[in-house]
Structures are given as C-alpha cells and as structure tokens.
Ligand binder design. Structure first.
Ligand code: PEP
Ligand code: MN
Length: 360
C-alpha cells in the first residue's frame, strides 16, 4: 500500500492556532506539487492536514518548516483518516463521529435501529413492514434489491430481473420510507449498481462479501452519502479498519462500521460468530460509529434478542435487524427474520440497557 509506511505510520501536519487560510492553502499546494493529496480537517481549536498518497515523496522536515505549521507528526496506524488518534487532533477527545441521515443521528447518544426485510419482495410488503417497524421504534428502513447469494439458483433479489425491475423495487423502498418517515438503505453489490442506487437511498450498504473491493469502495464513497460498511466474515479488525480508509481517502468519512459475524470454529450452532469484542476495540481505534447486525451473525431468530442486548451493552451505536411481517414466507433469510412486535421488544429492552451503560 502506497499510503502508509511499512511500519504503519502516517504523517499529519498540525497548524498553529493562528494559522491563516493562506498558510493552509500554501501547504495544500506544496503537498499537491509532490503529487500527493491533502485532507484538511478544521476543528474547533485547530486545523490539521493529512497527506494522502506516497508520503515518502515529500520531505517531512520541509513541511514542518513551512509558515503556519506547529508540528509535523507521525501517527502509528495503517488507517490514518478514520483513526481516533487522528481525529483527537482536531475534534474533542473521545468524540465519536456523528453521521446525520435526515433527522437521525448515528454515533450520537442514542442507539439507532435499522430494520426491514432481507429482500424487497413487493410494494405492499415494503409498505406493511415500514409501517410496523416504525411503530416498533426503528429509525431507518432496509431492504435488499441485489442480494448476494451462495447459490446461483436461488432468488437473487428483484434487481436481477433487469434495470426497470431494479428501479421499481428501489421506488417501493423509497416510497415506504417516505410514507413513514424512515430514511432508507440498500446494498450495492457491484460497481454497475452505484449510480442507480445512489439516486434512491439515504445510506449505501457495502456487504460483507465486498469489504475488500477497493474499486467499489471508491465508487460508492464518491457519491458522498453515508456508507454502512460491513466486516467480511474472514477479515481481522485491522483489515476492516484499513479498508475503510479507502472510503475516507475519497473525502467521505460518513462511514458506519458494521460487525456482522465471522467464520465460526468447528461445528457451529450459528451461521457466523458475532465478534462483540470488535465493538469496544473499534471504538478505541476509530472515531467512526460502530453498529452490529445480529441477524446475519446468528442466522436464527431465537438469538436476536440476546445478541442485540449484548451488542448495545458492548457500546454499539445501533443495530441492524432483519424484520418481516410474515417471516415464514420471506423469500430470503426466513430463519433469522423476526416480527415487528419482537423488534419492539428488542428496542425497548435495548433502550434500557443503553441508559445503564456509560456510552461516553
Ligand atoms: C445483508 O445485510 O442483507 C447481507 C447480505 O449481509 P452480509 O453482507 O453481512 O452477509
Ligand atoms: Mn439477509
């Protein structure tokens, strides 16, 4: 990777408190003259400039000596822009990034609940589910249009039938969201879907299987919409964070990290193993909000309540839960789908847990 040194160090320029805009611009121009890009973060107290590109092309001492610079510092991390250490240089220490989606704040004091079916199946299905998840206390509506499936012979989502069908399904998702005051989210399975989906949704979801697709990450990032970014089931936490940086270097830091389970050991009773330690670990490493998806981790509905409670207790900024008004008839992931009344119970209990644990 060209952005970081082999040791995983990254450079950052910290400006003096009274540095002028001209001085900041001069440094940006200097960084660009060497073929790198600059990321300027203006905080309440100071401005910092991150280098993006091959940092070895430019002399550190040269930058440190430019007018307005307080210091040029090394950060020991392979993921600079999203790291807590970096954000602490310009944000209030310990602050999690708050991502605003309509009236919803992800990363704020209250957990946020994303709910909806695995797949969009019909207009009526989306209207019914939207109404009921709203009543249950959910904030955001989800529904898949392009489904990643293990079998080429199973239902791939309504989008697989063609562009018109995809657009129609997206319009149902959006209509249901609009009618019940819920921002909407769907998964982008490939680069060809980015432009279409960006026209309809408030949050763009990158699924576990695409966590490593750098070209997709960049293309989605450039839409400048919040991204719900899922951990691959075989990825370490460090890899997950390192690849999130590919979204951030495109100038989009509205990234919601989502833990959804990793490959289980031996004969398992669950679809994946929910790695709850990832929640507090990621909160230490990054200032991005961290959500948990208990549905795909468990693969069975009888565990959703327990795993949801545990995730909120571990400090998750919210949950993504698959919900269907008629789980038995769901076209995809029927075994893990809960009903809206069950969702209401999850949310009301999680709200109590969130109050008990210090989420600072
Ligand atoms: C999903 O959320 O619909 C999904 C397919 O999840 P994951 O990418 O975590 O498997
Ligand atoms: Mn699913």
């Amino acid at each position: 990777m060209g952005d970081i040194s082999p040791k995983g160090e990254a450079r950052v320029i910290i400006m003096k408190k009274d540095a002028t805009d001209d001085q900041v611009e001069h440094i940006v121009a200097e960084i660009e003259r060497y073929g790198l890009r600059a990321e300027v973060s203006r905080g309440e107290f100071r401005t910092i400039i991150g280098l993006i590109g091959d940092e070895h092309r430019i002399s550190f001492s040269h930058l440190a000596a430019l007018p307005g610079v307080k210091e040029a510092r090394m950060i020991e991390t392979p993921y600079k822009l999203i790291s807590r250490e970096y954000s602490a240089l310009f944000e209030k220490e310990g602050q999690t990034r708050v991502i605003r989606v309509g009236d919803v704040e992800i990363g704020g004091k209250e957990p946020v609940y994303i709910a909806g079916p695995c797949a969009v199946e019909s207009r009526q299905q989306m209207l019914d589910i939207a109404e009921e998840v709203k009543r249950a206390g959910a904030h955001i509506l989800r529904g898949g249009i392009f489904k990643p499936r293990s079998s080429a012979y199973s239902f791939q989502g309504l989008g697989s039938a063609g562009q018109d069908e995809a657009e129609e399904a997206l319009s149902w998702l959006k209509e249901a969201g609009d009618r019940f005051g819920l921002p909407v989210m769907t998964e982008i399975r490939g680069e060809a879907q980015v432009d279409l989906i960006a026209r309809y949704v408030d949050i763009m979801q990158i699924g576990a299987r695409n966590m490593y697709d750098q070209d997709l990450l960049a293309k989605v990032a450039r839409k400048n919409k919040p991204v719900l970014y899922k951990r691959h089931f075989g990825a370490s936490i460090e890899e997950f964070l390192s690849f999130a940086e590919y979204i951030a270097i495109e100038g989009n830091k509205d990234i919601i990290m989502c833990e959804r389970g990793i490959v289980p050991v031996g004969k398992s009773h669950t679809r994946y193993t929910l790695d709850l330690s990832a929640v507090p670990v990621m909160h230490k490493e990054t200032y991005l909000p961290v959500m948990v998806d208990p549905s795909h981790a468990a693969g069975r509905r009888d565990l959703i309540f327990s795993l949801s409670c545990a995730a909120i207790a571990a400090g998750a900024n919210g949950l993504m839960i698959e919900v269907h008004t008629n789980p038995a008839e769901a076209l995809v992931d029927a075994a893990q789908m809960i009903t809206p009344p069950e969702l209401a119970e999850v949310i009301s209990t999680c709200q109590k847990i969130a109050k008990l644990v210090d989420r600072g």
